[in-house]
Structure formats: structure tokens, C-alpha cells
Design a protein around this ligand. Sequence first.
Ligand code: ADP
Ligand code: MG
Length: 236
Amino acid sequence: LSPVEVYRQQHEVTASGDNVPAPFMTFEDTGFPPEILREIHAAGFTSPTPIQAQTWPIALQSRDIVAIAKTGSGKTLGYLMPAFILLRQRCNHSQNGPTVLVLAPTRELATQIQDEVLKFGRASRVSCTCLYGGAPKGLQLKELDRGADIVVATPGRLNDILEMKKIDFRQVSLLVLDEADRMLDMGFEPQIRKIVDQIPPHRQTLMYTATWPKEVRKIASDLLVNPVQVNIGNVD
Ligand code: ADP
Ligand code: MG
């Protein structure tokens, strides 16, 4: 077996799709800028988690991914690192709207994601706004007005703000659906579809889910283009 095959077997990684690149088995393999690697080392991380190792090289090729993995596998940095790299390449003005949109099921999750953006995106000077329900819109709209490279949002609140025409999605080139199965369980499918309708079609889409039932497969086939499917562990 080749080192890549050994790695995939040991870490229960399966990947299917066209020309799947080899995993980045070490942080040095990633080619991330030194100031990003410094943040990672400062956090005490010694190697990429299997989902990071396998999805980073695919995401950096601007390809769509559906990743099926349990919680605690390091999915957040799995999509945030490629987002930071994209933001460095694009040099978009955050005043004109976000470049990256992350959808997550709950306020708790959305704020956790924002915390990771602020921690690991500092070196890349990434700005981020978090939009969720159960809190007044005013402050969130004010923050949005200041401009954000990354918007992290729950689908309900984001859809409200979209209907108020308070957010411009024309620059969005990376869409992330985190915990897609949970968002569908919570009944957010109509809002997700309305939001996605506003995003330019030439985007990259990354979808993460812990389970793979037919509702999730359906939305994946509607929203992703020729994705690589990555499974970590024995998820069905
Ligand atoms: P998931 O979204 O898959 O549930 P998270 O992204 O929340 O997982 O990550 C779980 C924990 O692992 C977090 O505390 C995160 O900071 C940590 N973590 C992420 N990447 C690594 C890594 N490469 N090495 C060690 N810990 C990591
Ligand atoms: Mg997560």
C-alpha cells in the first residue's frame, strides 16, 4: 500500500470523485501561509484531523465537497482555512458584501464558528458578522453595514434580512452548509433554498453532515456540482 492508502485506511477516510488529491498528512503539506501556520501551532495542534487532511486539498482546487463526519472531527477549520486562503486571493471589499457565507443550524453553533474565525482568521485580517434569531436585528444590521468578509448565519434570520434587502450576495463565491442534516431536521430547507437562489451560481459549495439520509442526498444533488464525497469513519 502507498503512504496515502495507509493514511486513509488508518484514519477511516474514504473519498470518491474524479481525481481525488492526496490528503495533507502534515500541516507543512498544506502550503498555508506562515502566519496562518503560526496560529495553528499556537493552538497546540500537531497534525490536521482526517477530515481536514482530506478536504483541504480538494477545497483548495475550488471543488465542491460533501463531507460526512461525526461531530468533534474538526470540520470548522476544515472549511475556514480554505475560506481564508480564498479571501487572500480575492481581495474583495467587504463593504460590497460577504465573499464567504456559512449557514449553521443554531445561534450557539453560529457564534462558535464566528469565534474560530476571529481566532484563526486574525492573521489574515478577516472580518466576520454573525446573524441569528432570538436577538434584535438592529445590532446585527449595524455590524453588517460595517462590512464582513464572512457572514455566519442561521437560515431563518438570514432569510429575514435578505427579504429586507439588507445584504448583497453578489460577491459570494464560497457557500458552506454546516450540519446540513440538522438544518433540514429543523425545517430550514425552504429558507436555505431561497438564500442559495440569491448566490451567484459560479460559487464553490461545501456541505457537512453527520448523517446521509435521502433528504440530505437530495439537497446535496441540487446544490453541489460534481462534488467529491468524503466520509470519515463508519457513517451511513
Ligand atoms: P466538528 O465541527 O467536526 O464538530 P470542530 O470544528 O468543532 O468539530 O472541532 C472540534 C475541536 O477540535 C475544536 O475544539 C477544535 O478547535 C479542535 N481542532 C480542530 N482542528 C484540530 C487539529 N488539527 N488538531 C487538534 N484539535 C483540533
Ligand atoms: Mg461543527
